[in-house]
Design a protein around this ligand. Sequence first.
Ligand code: CTP
Ligand code: MG
Length: 234
Amino acid sequence: MPTHYAIVPAAGSGSRFGAEMPKQYLPLLGQPLLYHTLAALCRCERIARVWVVLSPADEWWQTYDWSGLGAKLETLFCGGATRAQSVANGLVAAEIVADDEDWILVHDAARPCLAQAQLVDLCDALAGDPVGGLLAVPVADTLKRADAAQRVALTEARDGLWQAQTPQMFRYDVLRRALAVDAGGPNVSHTDEAGAVEAMGLKPKLVRADASNLKVTYPADLPLAEAILRGRGE
Ligand code: CTP
Ligand code: MG
């Protein structure tokens, strides 16, 4: 049976959020936001180890107590200039323990509300899958394409459109090859792992999740994340 591992890229600066510290360290129910993200993965029995990929210049990690997360957690100070590079660097570090057939779940540090049921759903839905896949949500709103003057150029058909979330779960070997675009490193035009896997001609499976697994991007997202966690009694 393949082992499941998690990689959490957490080397971003949170420029769109615009806080004084990277958004992954912002306080959320008395812990840094990243604590909730890592806790969701560490407490899942399916996952054997959790690597968090931090910036080599990270000054915040050491100022918090992470011991409550247990022994599965391992820190890597090998974050890169892009998300894809941070994940690729994490995969290199994972090489010592991960076999080609093992599953790697890549999960954004900025998604603190991942529910156990969705995590288990993803693992179950993809067990035995030849490609792998990701949590995603069918688009609910009508989509407008803007012109340069921010007026509606056209209405896009939303049929068959999904919003990609994380975790995105692929075999170690597939992910390693998808992100190792020749010696030049990962192609930065891919904003998620699935995009890199698709570029290999493979078709990742969409596993239906819901909007509670939001990514904290802008300040208005933080109270939403707090409300979701509170609603679960956390
Ligand atoms: N990330 C990373 N390394 C980078 C850039 C991003 O590990 N060089 C991580 C972020 O820490 C985050 C995830 O990738 O957990 C998703 O990225 P995003 O939400 O875009 O976070 P930031 O890049 O930090 O935010 P922004 O784009 O607003 O600057
Ligand atoms: Mg970013």
